[in-house]
Design a protein around this ligand. Structure first.
Ligand code: 8YV
Length: 326
């Protein structure tokens, strides 16, 4: 705490809506980053030295090196549901709480997953580029870029948490046959509610017409989708990733797309984001988006509000609503 003001010192690592920042400034001494500059690890370490709390995003990795000099730090509040940017063992060792922002982004993220799936399978962006490039000279029944169907197709959901379940519910409106794979199986009631059946991973890979990745990124599933997994997919299948870039071996994916061993991919998250591999940029059968699955104003506001609520609760010695248990 700052002795002069008795207000807690909080780092807000990325730009947030000015009205929300102003409200936070009434109760805290805030170091903000409204210019959204990218943090070098050392600059982030220094910024944390005198802070009681930090509100960060998935783009700010926090590890032991940041924490050893952050002697006042009580809580790290992530503006994200995913928290693979946090070294939980280091946080635990330093007795620092961590929180995330689940629920408020579930439906928005599921909407986008579906949008990306549809854009990819129906070649929405690719055909728009084709039109803009002046290739549309005549109407043609079969000499037009032809797509893959969504309705009555097999959807495979990898990761059946809140977002996976929300995607499954949307799929029933398209009469899709939904299968899922997850660390643990849902209860029979929940499976019925989602209209989804549990299958092993290879069955999902082999039988799906569209696969969507929505599982958390952990060291165990790093490059889980590589050469071997892609080779099990149908040549007509699409792969959609709204989880984390590191789950897919991007070079293997680019090769499979180039050689038309799978039909297309829709990718919202990248291993080295915001840098996107030239191998992916060069392809037309991939829809690329800049990590925007949760990016509606309403949802981003809700995520920031929740991150602040978590942060202030932790600072007040109360249990934050979205404490990450480790
Ligand atoms: C975040 C996300 O906006 O919540 C997540 O895990 O991937 C996105 O909704 C992004 O990670 C910024 O923190």
């Amino acid at each position: 705490m700052s002795e002069k003001t008795q207000k807690p010192k909080i780092l807000v690592a990325r730009s947030i809506f000015p009205d929300i920042l102003e409200r936070l400034q009434e109760v805290a001494e805030v170091e903000s980053n409204q210019s959204d500059r990218i943090w070098e690890p050392e600059a982030l370490r220094q910024a944390l030295v005198d802070k009681d709390a930090a509100i960060i995003t998935g783009s700010e990795p926090i590890g032991e090196a940041h924490l050893k000099t952050a002697t006042h730090l009580k809580i790290i509040s992530n503006i994200a549901v995913g928290y693979n940017n946090l070294d939980l063992a280091a946080l635990k060792a330093a007795n620092i709480l961590a929180t995330n922002t689940p629920d408020v982004l579930t439906e928005t993220t599921a909407d986008f997953g579906f949008a990306l799936l549809m854009a990819t399978a129906r070649r929405v962006t690719e055909t728009e580029h084709w039109l803009r490039a002046g290739h549309w000279k005549k109407f043609s029944i079969c000499d037009t870029p032809l797509a893959m169907d969504i309705h009555h197709s097999n959807l495979g959901i990898m990761g059946m948490g809140r977002i996976g379940q929300a995607i499954a519910k949307r799929a029933s409106g398209f009469s899709m046959n939904v299968m899922y794979h997850n660390r643990s199986r849902l209860s029979p009631d929940l499976e019925q509610e989602c209209g989804a059946r549990y299958v092993d991973r290879d069955t999902l890979l082999k039988e799906s017409d569209h696969i969507i990745l929505v599982m958390p990124y952990t060291p165990e599933n790093h490059h889980l989708f590589g050469e071997k997994e892609l080779s099990l997919m149908k040549p007509t299948a699409t792969l959609i990733n709204i989880a984390r870039g590191g789950i897919v071996d991007e070079l293997a994916l680019a090769k499979a797309l180039k050689e038309k061993r799978i039909f297309a991919a829709g990718i919202d998250v990248f291993e080295g984001e915001p840098t996107v591999r030239s191998e992916l940029l060069a392809l037309s059968n991939v829809v690329l988006s800049p990590h925007i699955a949760s990016a509606t104003e309403k949802t981003r506001r809700a995520m920031i509000e929740l991150a602040i609520k978590n942060c202030l609760a932790g600072l007040a010695g109360l249990a934050p609503p979205n404490l990450i248990v480790y």
